[in-house]
Design a protein around this ligand. Structure first.
Ligand SMILES: *Cc1c(COP(=O)(O)O)cnc(C)c1O
Length: 363
């Protein structure tokens, strides 16, 4: 075999393992005892309205999905106050990141991202032979001025995860507005708002107003994986100028978003109760950890999402010790944070279990 160098040299993304796999590896019989807080999933589960819609869709599964996601697009466009030609759906917002790199990256071109930001950007960029420029994040937060300063004539994408995964840090709405005003025309800014629905209201940015105003070089990414609790279905979306959306659409497979996902997403958009309950669970859980962690000597980074980055010392070792106690978190050494773990906020009971286990394993 003679694979292309940039493919064989790619580092493989280390996802949170499925519960079943951890149980098998550690010889646990009862997987219901395992608390998995490693992938920022919604521990309330999917929206009940989405579950109902999926059941109703089962008899239609011999059909291909609507490749243009007509009804979902119409519904979401109304909700966001944009036109339907400003939306594109992906098999998770991860797929949209790949589309962006497919369209914009190549040899000699670069993508700018935060040094402690979502690893998929780096991987997707490498897949298309682009170079990644990693900008330091003082206090674990994106430094938008430094990102602007890093732009070169070869830069095509500048990516800002807000809140950022895995640090949970946010940039202020004012900082975003001033960043957009200074953005050079040859660059597209990607605002990844995977946790938008879970942000505290006063920190929610209004990137959409720039898109509605016709700004061409901005794209907004959101997902049904986090607040809506539909990570297993794989559906996310991009919002942008029709010309930019059309470019991304050119590299999309015709049926990239399945029928079940389209139906569930439509129903989830109507489920206000589930969203309110999810936000409440996350706010309370964050408060719990922010209050309790200092008592065991753990520093936590203030978070605007459903997870919290914790400085425990030797994150890999803490991760392994927690796993033996049937608690799965995420070690952060792949992000250059060897002293940290990331904990997803769960139900009050899960949070208590995680905290107690952490207390036991720390020296
Ligand atoms: C979880 C996450 C995503 C979304 O992934 P999906 O493919 O939609 O499940 C995107 N960006 C960030 C920063 C995330 O944390």
């Amino acid at each position: 075999m003679k694979a292309k160098d940039w493919v064989s040299d790619l580092r493989v993304y280390e996802p949170g393992k499925p519960i079943e796999e951890v149980a098998r590896e550690l010889g646990f019989d009862d997987i219901t005892e395992i608390v998995k807080v490693a992938s920022n999933e919604n521990e309330l589960g999917p929206s009940p309205l989405a579950v109902e819609a999926m059941k109703e869709a089962i008899p239609e599964m011999h059909r291909y999905p609507d490749g243009g996601a007509f009804y979902l697009k119409k519904k979401l466009a109304e909700k966001l106050g944009v036109e339907t030609n400003q939306l594109l759906f992906g098999c998770g917002s991860n797929e949209l990141i790949v589309f962006l790199c497919h369209v914009f990256m190549g040899p000699g071109k670069n993508l700018i991202m935060g040094a402690e930001a979502f690893a998929v950007y780096f991987l997707a960029c490498a897949m298309y032979e682009g170079e990644t420029v990693r900008v330091p994040m003082p206090g674990h937060a994106h430094d938008l001025d430094a990102m602007l300063a890093a732009i070169t004539p070869e830069t095509r994408l500048v990516c800002i995860c807000n809140p950022n995964n895995p640090t949970g840090t946010m940039v202020t709405p004012a900082a975003i507005d001033s960043f957009i005003a200074k953005l050079p025309e040859h660059v597209v800014a990607v605002f990844d708002e995977a946790y938008f629905e879970l942000m505290p209201d006063h920190m929610k940015p209004d990137v959409l107003k720039h898109i509605r105003a016709g700004e061409k070089n901005i794209i907004l990414l959101r997902t049904f994986s986090k607040a809506y609790g539909l990570a297993g279905l794989r559906i996310g979306y991009a919002v942008g100028h029709p010309e930019l959306i059309q470019l991304l659409n050119k590299v999309r497979q015709p049926f990239n978003v399945n029928l079940m996902a389209q139906r569930a997403a439509m129903a989830a958009l109507d489920d206000v109760t589930h969203l309110v309950e999810t936000r409440e669970m996350v706010f309370k859980g964050l408060e719990f950890f922010e209050q309790k962690l200092p008592s065991i000597g753990v520093e936590a980074v203030p978070s605007g999402a459903n997870f919290i980055l914790c400085k425990t010392g030797n994150g890999r070792k803490v991760f392994e010790a927690l796993q033996k106690r049937k608690v799965i978190v995420r070690p952060m050494d792949p992000y250059g944070l060897p002293d940290h773990i990331r904990i997803t906020i769960g139900t009050p009971e899960q949070n208590r279990i995680v905290f107690d286990a952490l207390k036991e394993v720390l020296p």
